[in-house]
Design a protein around this ligand. Structure first.
Ligand code: 2YH
Length: 285
């Protein structure tokens, strides 16, 4: 899994309103409404302003990423949520968040990035939320995925979740990875999923792409009019690819955070049974 760096996220706070407008232009919804749509909940059903959200910087593993907590805060602000970064890190930060009455606590180490809802004891996860957000964006940009074939580049954690969500949307999936056994494992586990060895050929053949890999994608391989949803970091496209694609949906953090926020709330608010959420929505009690 790609670890974010200070350089990759340095523009998130200053570009967040551009992203909000860009989303509106490309898929007809701002970030908050989009996250609600992705989670199948009405945008006016959540009082975003009624939640106090804490972001706890975490020092474990490779440590704090400069600008990470403030980028999460910027994404939450765009959704109309109040948030604060705890002055302490780690366990002291969690205790600060609880004692300040935080309703949701965002925190990430090198493995997991979660939003823990203290009211309901439920939490949402960044990997699943990112996959859900980018599959939903692809569906909106394409006007439906049912019966269509989608190429997933990258069979890591986001790619794997994307494959599962795409199947649930009725799409067939071609999946490819620089480590072929990872794509093959998905191909043999799921019907409607084909592992493809030749990534260049796969890109040439597929006008619908979900890119969840950290590699560059050569523009001359991309079909004219391709619809691409790309959570992969860093940004994977050259000018030729941008010219050929009809749409490339990409950001480095905010879409995933937006879906995480709604996912962490919607369990309690909309009474979604825990079992179905675990199975279908990836949010656990
Ligand atoms: O970037 C990451 C991990 N790759 C998990 C992301 C899941 N998609 N973690 C961020 C680490 C943040 C750091 N501990 C901080 O600044 O608090």
């Amino acid at each position: 899994m790609t670890r974010l760096t200070a350089d990759i996220i340095k523009d998130v706070p200053s570009k967040i309103s551009d992203l909000d407008h860009e989303l509106e232009k490309r898929i007809g919804m701002n970030m908050r409404d989009f996250a609600c749509y992705a989670m199948d909940v009405p945008a006016n059903g959540i009082d975003f302003n009624g939640y106090d959200v804490a972001i706890v910087p975490v020092t474990s593993g490779k440590g704090i990423i400069g600008g990470f907590s403030s980028s999460v805060a910027a994404a939450l602000k765009t959704m109309g949520m109040r948030s604060f970064i705890t002055s302490s890190c780690d366990v002291a930060g969690i205790s600060e968040a609880f004692s300040s009455g935080a309703d949701i606590i965002f925190m990430a180490d090198d493995e997991r990035f979660i939003a823990l809802n203290t009211r309901t004891r439920s939490f949402s996860d960044n990997i699943w939320s990112t996959a859900k957000g980018y599959v939903t964006a692809l569906r909106l940009a394409e006007g439906g995925l049912e019966g269509k074939r989608v190429l997933v580049i990258g069979a890591g954690r986001v790619g794997t979740e994307a494959v599962k969500i795409l199947r649930a949307e009725g799409a067939s999936v071609d999946v490819t990875d620089i480590l072929p056994h990872k794509a093959e494992a998905l191909g043999s586990r799921y019907d409607n999923v084909r592992a493809i060895r030749d990534v260049e050929e796969a890109i040439r053949n597929n006008p619908l792409i979900l890119n969840a890999s950290p590699g560059m994608i050569r523009g001359d391989l991309i079909q004219k009019g391709a619809v691409i949803s790309s959570p992969g970091v860093p940004y994977a496209f050259d000018e030729e690819g941008e010219r050929r694609a009809k749409v490339i949906i990409h950001d480095v953090l905010s879409l995933g955070v937006a879906v995480m926020a709604v996912a962490s709330i919607c369990l309690s608010l909309f009474g979604i049974p825990a079992d179905s959420v675990i199975a279908e929505k990836g949010v656990t009690l």
